[in-house]
Write a protein that binds this ligand. Sequence first.
Ligand SMILES: *Cc1c(COP(=O)(O)O)cnc(C)c1O
Length: 399
Amino acid sequence: MPDDATPKAAKPGFATRMSHAARAPIRSLGFVNPPLHRGSTVLAPSCEARRENAKRRFERVMTYGTQGGPTHYALEDVVAEIEGGTHCTITGTGLAAVAVPLLAFLKAGDRCLMPDSVYGPARGLAEGMMAGWGIETTFYDPTIDAAALEALWTPNTRVLYLESPGSHTFEMQDVPALTAVARRHGAVSMIDNTWGIHHFQPFAKGCDVSIQALTKYVGGHSDILLGSVTVADEAHHLKVRGAASAMGHYASPDDCWLALRGVRTMPVRLKEQEAAAFEVARWLQGRPEIARVLHPGLPEDPGHAIWKRDFTGACSLFGIVFQPRYTEAEVFAFVDGLELFGIGASWGGYESLALPTNAGISRAVTPPLPGQAVRLHIGLEAVPDLVADLAAGLDRLPR
Ligand SMILES: *Cc1c(COP(=O)(O)O)cnc(C)c1O
């Protein structure tokens, strides 16, 4: 295959695209993988060339390490391909990928609308630093319809933030209907698409900006932190790149290189983990200790119709809500007693995790869950082993 070529078939399959994206075998001296470039200083051939290059620094004309280099650009191209966008900016963490576009598109006097189920640290940024700078945030019911969103709108509402399904509580949002409202008002719609990676195409559903915590399935091995901000037009790209650059955001090329390694196997991991999570979720639905399984891919979930319409699949993160009779201490003991599920934040790695979530849920306009909740991430272990571990834990609960 020639330098920089991508397969030309009618749209190649996801696994094919992830195998071939952003590889340049000639520039890599024939080696299969893009090389790792580390560096701060970038030498220019002349003073005049350096001055000209600086004007085009957001167009990948390398002038200094902070503008990124070939390893960053290779990852940006892969992520833009996954998200269906045109330009991507890599950030050092997923949270930085949340903060950069919010600060790029909002200024003092503006208002942001955020779903009540938003990722906790995004809420913290809005209620803390953004409020301090005079940016107002209103939290809305994530299941809001277009008419109710329209009723919330004010002339200074400049950003509609979305996350579907929501963190911890997994409510689905009607993204096409809600982004249409924002578009009518000339506002920017941005979505945290981490859960929907590959299975939700944000730009086809009306979003202007898509955020990924690459820390999750792209990394895939719980050993890096990275984020991405993807857009589908040049003007949005210049805003995002300009804000990231102004604030000195940067990601380690070593981590970008590991993320590039991660994407090659991500399609097979996603497929395997999706199927395993469905199996475990359905099994949990049949247990009397569990009141509800929060997984939009299950037909019983209130968000299922939207998931079926807008998504091509699911990742391996979902929640369970215990019957209201169980106390926090009992549910902590259940989690503590599991042998194969680690207790920890993050997800998307090869290993299973369990995390009590009630304490991390803060809501302004939506009711609390009716019982103790635990978020489960299903890794690559054998499903019968995971089910046996969960069964033993549920059997230990008081009758
Ligand atoms: C983990 C996560 C983030 C932040 O990613 P980090 O790399 O851990 O900063 C953002 N959004 C969602 C929905 C996440 O789950």
